[in-house]
Design a protein around this ligand. Structure first.
Ligand code: ZN
Length: 113
């Protein structure tokens, strides 16, 4: 459920790409383009790191990452799997992906002025 919902919000601004439409001023950025670039930088870094961990686990018997390995198939799936983990097991998610936790918090729990 959460997974599919995540794909839906991801696609609200066109193709699914791991970045939902961000509200104005997101992350203190001046415009939507900068906000989006900052979001994608965080997601991409976390995704690359996660992929590397799944590869190490698969090929070299390293400890598999806690997050569902399906998230390593694409950044779109990574976003959906990460959203699910964020809502279902926030403590584990925050431990493994503190930067993603921060942007998700701002996105899902915006502070009212
Ligand atoms: Zn999916």
């Amino acid at each position: 459920m959460i997974h599919e919902f995540a794909h839906k919000i991801d696609m609200r601004n066109g193709d699914a790409n791991g970045c939902p439409p961000l509200p104005p001023g997101f992350g203190g950025r001046r415009n939507a383009r900068e906000a989006r670039a900052a979001w994608m930088a965080v997601m991409k870094a976390a995704y690359d790191d996660f992929r590397e961990k799944t590869i190490l686990a698969e090929r070299f018997g390293a400890e598999p990452p806690w997050l569902d390995e399906y998230g390593a198939t694409s950044i779109t799936e990574f976003f959906a799997v990460a959203c699910e983990a964020y809502f279902v097991n926030r403590p584990n998610f925050g431990r493994d992906f503190p930067e993603v936790l921060a942007i998700f918090d701002e996105f899902f729990l915006p502070k009212r002025p």
